[in-house]
Design a protein around this ligand. Structure first.
Ligand SMILES: [Zn+2]
Length: 88
């Protein structure tokens, strides 16, 4: 089994792992002012995140469970920062 060590931070939870994968893929970004994660609504970045998840699931987690974790995290992240004023 291929083991890559490209992410420096230790993975404490599956949720934390999912966020790091989404961030790495560019599917979510962090608000510069408030630090909230926002869904960038980029289908290509989402695909990339699912590819990363399936190819490099965390130790002890199946590819399928890893992909589910990504999907659940995407659902829980909004597309705007709750503390930023609305753009219009
Ligand atoms: Zn903000």
């Amino acid at each position: 089994m291929l083991v890559t060590r490209e992410r420096r931070a230790p993975i404490k939870t599956l949720r934390g792992w999912a966020i790091s994968v989404l961030h790495e893929a560019g599917a979510i970004r962090e608000c510069d002012d408030h630090g909230w994660m926002q869904d960038r609504a980029d289908p290509h970045a989402r695909e990339r995140a699912f590819d990363i998840a399936r190819e490099n699931p965390p130790p002890g987690v199946s590819s399928k469970a890893a992909a589910v974790a990504i999907a659940e995290e995407l659902e829980s992240i909004g597309d705007t920062c709750p503390e930023c004023p609305s753009p219009d």
